[in-house]
Design a protein around this ligand. Structure first.
Ligand code: AMP
Ligand code: ZN
Ligand code: FE
Ligand code: FE
Length: 281
């Protein structure tokens, strides 16, 4: 089973990279991608935890924003970690996430909701990418609410008055960076309309021109209609079709392997990387 989109505590998942790899192995995943938000900091540990025979795909889920402010998540897989332009862009996003968190905390405080930036940072593992889920965890630690989902629904969703965006590249630029670093670019949950504004079908042509390689179709946040629309776009542009769990450990209900990628689609995707960078021991 192939699962190409998962998170560890190098971003907002709750498993360490070691636990992620072990849990995936136990769940029958044979090819696993580790795709933490805007970072590659979990790669090394994931590699050292890899069981014999399991394939590890190193990647990152890159936060993006279109010029008109639509949030897009771009999975970069199999890219060269030492690529300077890509490293700098990810670092810029991660740094801005800290400033952004300060602003969200200030907005909550203004509304009488007590929380400090220190409490939020205390929820973060060393070197991990800061995100709204850590703010949710800090509020949970205070005992106000019980689950991340509850906090997101009440306070942290994309249309909330407490929501602040952070710096991120456009999807076109993110694809270009991934491609120049030798990797493949797959747009994640592009039609998850209940999360917020989504891109239009017309916008895919710009992404394809920039080098888009695949579309994540099977994802729990997509309805049947949304999957059907994305499938049509994938066929139109001859893109690889993926499915993935977007597992976050205990941070979300998503279970490893609940959606997966067909082997021939993975082969199609992998063939578009400049080298075979899959890790296997
Ligand atoms: P950020 O990247 O800081 O804007 O935070 C977005 C992240 O929050 C997403 O990548 C999700 O993993 C997580 N998230 C969004 N909605 C929920 C939810 N309802 N429950 C748990 N986590 C969520
Ligand atoms: Zn996440
Ligand atoms: Fe995402
Ligand atoms: Fe994700």
């Amino acid at each position: 089973m192939i699962d190409l989109h998962t998170h560890s505590n190098a971003s907002d998942g709750t498993d360490t990279p070691t636990e992620l790899v072990k849990n995936a192995h136990a769940a029958g995943i044979t090819t696993l991608a580790i795709t933490d938000h805007d970072t590659t900091s979990g790669w090394r540990e994931a590699i050292s935890a890899l069981p014999t025979g399991m394939n590890l795909v190193l990647g990152s889920e890159i936060s993006c924003q279109t010029e008109d402010g639509i949030s897009v998540h771009m999975l970069g897989l199999l890219f060269d970690e030492s690529n300077q332009a890509l490293r700098e862009e990810l670092a810029k996003t991660r740094e801005n996430r800290v400033t952004r968190m300060g602003r969200m905390v200030a907005r909550l405080n203004e509304a009488g909701i007590e929380i400090t930036l220190e409490e939020v940072l205390a929820q973060l593992s060393d070197g991990a990418t800061l995100g709204r889920p850590h703010l949710a965890d800090a509020l949970i630690a205070r005992g106000t609410m019980k689950t991340r989902d509850e906090v997101f629904t009440a306070l942290l969703h994309n249309k909330s008055k407490y929501y602040v965006s952070h710096y991120s590249p456009t999807p076109v630029n993110a694809i270009k960076l991934i491609k120049s670093a030798g990797g493949v670019a797959v747009i994640a949950h592009a039609y998850a309309s209940h999360r917020g504004r989504i891109i239009t079908a017309e916008m895919f042509s710009d992404l394809v021109n920039a080098g888009l390689d695949g579309i994540e179709v099977d994802h729990r946040d997509h309805s049947e209609t949304e999957r059907a629309s994305l499938l049509r776009i994938a066929y139109e542009y001859d893109l690889a079709i993926t499915g993935a769990s977007d597992y976050h450990g205990n941070g979300k209900l998503n279970q490893l392997g609940e959606n997966s990628t067909r082997p021939e689609q993975w082969e199609k995707l992998e063939a578009r990387a400049d080298q075979r960078r899959v890790v296997r021991i």
